[in-house]
Design a protein around this ligand. Structure first.
Ligand code: 5GP
Ligand code: ZN
Length: 116
């Protein structure tokens, strides 16, 4: 597991500390370093997948589990009724900065649509 130099692989391996909110054998969820909302959690597969464009049939179960983890964390954080947004940025135009697949779970404030 792990891709040299990838910051989220290092977080997954606990080589870099993070504020973990959920973990199982395949998934890690942790607080975003620069939160854009009162609730801003990143949910990642522990193994390196660069971006959503790279997922394969075999990853579909994992992607479902990432979404379920986001759903459960939203409930734990108390934003399930008020509402939340799950965001996956892919490549430059979407503003993907970290090339390790991650879901953003954002909640605790009102978001605009269309997004900026
Ligand atoms: P992206 O723009 O790639 O979709 O989102 C990357 C996210 O990772 C950003 O929201 C950024 O604040 C967060 N981030 C980048 N480096 C770190 C880090 O070392 N620790 C944590 N907890 N979050 C990070
Ligand atoms: Zn990685």
């Amino acid at each position: 597991m792990g891709e040299g130099g990838c910051i989220f692989c290092k977080i997954a391996k606990k080589e870099i500390p993070s504020r973990i909110v959920f973990e199982d054998s395949r998934i890690l969820a942790f607080e975003d370093l620069r939160p854009q909302a009162p609730v801003h959690i990143l949910i990642i597969p522990k193994h390196h997948i660069e971006k959503i464009a790279d997922i394969e049939e075999d990853d579909l179960g994992l992607i479902g589990d990432l979404v379920l983890a986001a759903r459960n964390i939203a409930k734990e954080k108390g934003v399930d009724r008020s509402g939340y947004r799950i965001v996956i940025n892919c490549n430059k135009d979407a503003g993907q900065e970290v090339l390790h697949l991650h879901l953003h779970l954002l909640g605790g404030r009102k978001f605009t649509w269309p997004p900026g």
